[in-house]
Design a binder for this molecule. Structure first.
Ligand code: NAP
Ligand code: GDD
Length: 427
C-alpha cells in the first residue's frame, strides 16, 4: 500500500506542478497505480503460484533446468544463451550404443544435439546412421579424437553447450588387457582433455562422465553403492577410476557441475557385436537362420547385473538436471550368468538347450543333439570382475530413477531384433 500511495502522490505532485487540470492528473495517477498493481500481481504469481518456476539469483550454470514435478521443466538461461531457445547437448561417443539412445532421448526432449565422431577411412558413423530422420537431422557432427586437446578446447569455446555427456572410451574390457597403453591414452588423457576444456572454455557446461561398475572389481561388500570401495581388476577399470577421480577433483576444485554415473552393464539391440550379450543374440539369429557353427564363449559362469541401455540414458539426463552435482549408481539389482543369457536367448528363438560337461569342455546342446554353444579359452580374461550387484537406492530416492526393463524382456528385445535383421538380410 505504501508503494501505491507513493506512486499516486508522485503522479499528482509532478503534474500539479505543471499546472494541468486536476482530473487529468488523477487519471494518470490511477493508470500508474494500476500498472504497478499488475506488476505486483505478476511477480507474486511467479514467486508463489506457478509451480514450475523458481525466481531468485540466476542459476550458477548457463541454461539450467529448474527441476519440477513435471516432465517438461522450464528453462532459465544466462544472457549468453538468450539468443537461442533450445538446450544444447554435446555428446562424445555419439556413434556408440549409449550415444544412440541418448541422442534419441534428448531429441524427444527438444535439445539441439552436437556429437563428436573420430574420422575413419570409410566415413562410417556407427549408430548415428541407424537413427530415424528426425533424430539424424537434429545432430551436428564434429570430427575429432579424444586424444586431441586442442580440438576440444576449440569445440567447447565455440559451442558452449548447456550439457555435455562424455561417453567416448575404449570400452572393451578384454581389449584393455591386450592394449593397456592405448586404453589409458583414450580413457585417461582423453577424459582429462574434456575436463580441462570445460574448465577453461565453458565452465557453465554441466558435464556427465561415464564411469562404470567395473571400478568395483571384486568388491568385499554386496550390493555396491556410491560408498563402496573401488578395487579395479582390469586396465579398463583402472583407466575409468582415473577418469572418475579426475572429475570429482575438478568438481570440487573448480566448482564445476560434474556428475559421475557409475553404471552397471547395460545392453541393447545396438550393442557392439563383441560384448557377450550381443555376441549371443547375433549367434542365435545366425543359427536360427541355418548356420551350423556354434557360438564360442569364454567364462559361462561370469555373472553380471544386466539392464537395458534405453533406461539408463534417462538416468544420465536426470543426474545433470539434479539440483547439485553428484555421483550415482545405476543398475538393476539382479544377477544373471552368461549361461542363463544364452539359455534365454536360444529359448526365445525356439531352441531348448541343455548343458553338458564342465569348464572348457562344457557345451550347450539342442534337442536334436547339435552343439549350439561351446567354450573357447581365447575368450577368458586374465582376471574377472565378478559378482557385483547394483544398489541403485540413491538414484531412486534423489532422481526418481529405476530400471524399467527386466532381464527376460532385455533378452527378448535383443534376440527379436537380430532375428528380424537376419531374416531381412536373407531375403
Ligand atoms: P561403445 O558402444 O563402445 O561406444 C564407445 C564410443 O566411444 C564410440 O562412439 C567410439 O567411437 C567412441 N570412441 C572410442 N575411442 C574414441 C576416441 N579416441 N575418440 C573419439 N571417440 C572415441 O560404449 P557404450 O556402451 O555406448 O558406453 C558408453 C560409455 O559408458 C563408455 O565410456 C563405456 O566405457 C561406459 N560404460 C558402459 C557401460 C555399458 O554396459 N554399456 C557400463 C558402464 C560404463 P567409434 O564408433 O569410432 O568406435
Ligand atoms: N565379450 C565377451 N565375449 N565376454 C564374455 C564371453 C565372450 O565370448 N564369454 C564370457 N564372457 C564374460 C566376460 O568375461 C564378462 O565377465 C562378461 O561376459 C561380460 O563381458 P562383456 O560383455 O565384454 O562386458 P564387460 O562386463 O566386460 O564390460 C561391459 O560392461 C562394463 C560395466 O560393468 C562394457 O560395456 C564396459 O564398457 C562397462 O564398463
Amino acid at each position: 500500500m505504501a508503494g501505491i500511495t507513493m506512486v499516486t502522490w508522485l503522479g499528482e505532485s509532478r503534474f500539479q506542478s505543471l499546472d494541468e487540470p486536476i482530473s487529468r492528473v488523477r487519471n494518470l495517477a490511477i493508470i500508474h497505480t494500476l500498472a504497478y498493481f499488475l506488476f505486483l500481481l505478476f511477480f507474486s504469481y511467479l514467486v508463489h503460484l506457478h509451480p514450475y518456476v523458481k525466481l531468485g539469483p540466476l542459476p550458477e550454470h548457463a541454461g539450467d533446468v529448474v527441476n519440477s514435478s513435471r516432465n517438461d521443466p522450464i528453462l532459465i538461461y544466462h544472457s549468453s544463451h538468450t539468443s537461442r531457445n533450445k538446450m544444447k547437448a554435446l555428446l562424445t561417443g555419439i556413434s556408440g550404443q549409449d550415444g544412440y539412445f541418448l541422442s534419441r532421448f534428448l531429441t524427444e526432449k527438444g535439445y539441439e544435439i552436437h556429437g563428436v565422431i573420430r574420422r575413419n577411412s570409410s566415413m562410417s558413423q556407427g549408430t548415428v546412421s541407424l537413427h530415424t530422420k528426425d533424430v539424424r537431422d537434429n545432430i551436428t557432427i564434429h570430427y575429432g579424437d579424444l586424444t586431441d586437446a586442442n580440438f576440444f578446447s576449440k569445440l567447447l569455446s565455440e559451442e558452449k553447450p548447456d550439457e555435455m555427456y562424455h561417453l567416448a572410451a575404449q570400452s572393451f574390457v578384454g581389449y584393455s588387457f591386450q592394449n593397456p597403453s592405448s586404453t589409458y591414452d583414450v580413457n585417461i588423457s582423453g577424459t582429462l582433455n574434456i575436463a580441462n576444456a570445460v574448465k577453461d572454455y565453458s565452465p557453465g557446461t554441466k558435464l556427465y562422465f561415464a564411469a562404470t561398475s567395473e571400478m568395483f572389481g571384486q568388491p568385499e561388500t554386496t550390493p555396491q553403492n556410491e560408498e563402496t570401495a573401488f578395487k579395479p581388476r582390469s586396465p579398463y577399470a583402472v583407466s575409468k577410476l582415473a577418469g572418475f577421480w579426475t572429475m570429482k577433483t575438478y568438481r570440487e576444485a573448480y566448482d564445476l557441475f560434474i556428475c559421475n554415473g557409475i553404471l552397471f552393464n547395460h545392453e541393447s539391440e545396438v550393442r557392439g557385436p563383441e560384448f557377450v550379450t550381443r555376441k549371443i543374440s547375433l549367434g542365435v539369429a545366425r543359427i536360427a537362420n541355418g548356420s551350423s557353427d556354434p557360438i564360442e564363449l569364454g567364462n559361462l559362469d561370469a555373472r553380471k547385473d544386466w539392464g537395458y541401455a534405453g533406461d539408463y540414458v534417462e538416468g544420465m539426463w536426470k543426474m545433470l538436471n539434479h539440483e547439485t552435482p553428484d555421483d550415482f549408481v545405476l543398475g538393476t539389482g539382479e544377477l544373471h550368468t552368461v549361461r542363463e543369457f544364452a539359455q534365454f536367448a536360444f529359448e526365445r528363438a525356439g531352441f531348448r538347450i541343455t548343458w553338458k560337461g564342465s569348464g572348457v569342455d562344457e557345451v550347450g546342446i539342442s534337442e536334436d543333439g547339435r552343439v549350439l554353444v561351446k567354450v573357447n579359452k581365447a575368450f577368458f580374461r586374465p582376471l574377472e570382475s565378478d559378482n557385483y550387484l547394483a544398489d541403485y537406492g540413491k538414484a531412486e530416492r534423489e532422481l526418481g530413477w529405476k530400471p524399467r526393463t527386466k532381464f527376460g524382456e532385455l533378452v527378448k528385445i535383443m534376440v527379436d531384433s537380430d532375428l528380424k535383421e537376419s531374416s531381412h538380410s536373407r531375403e
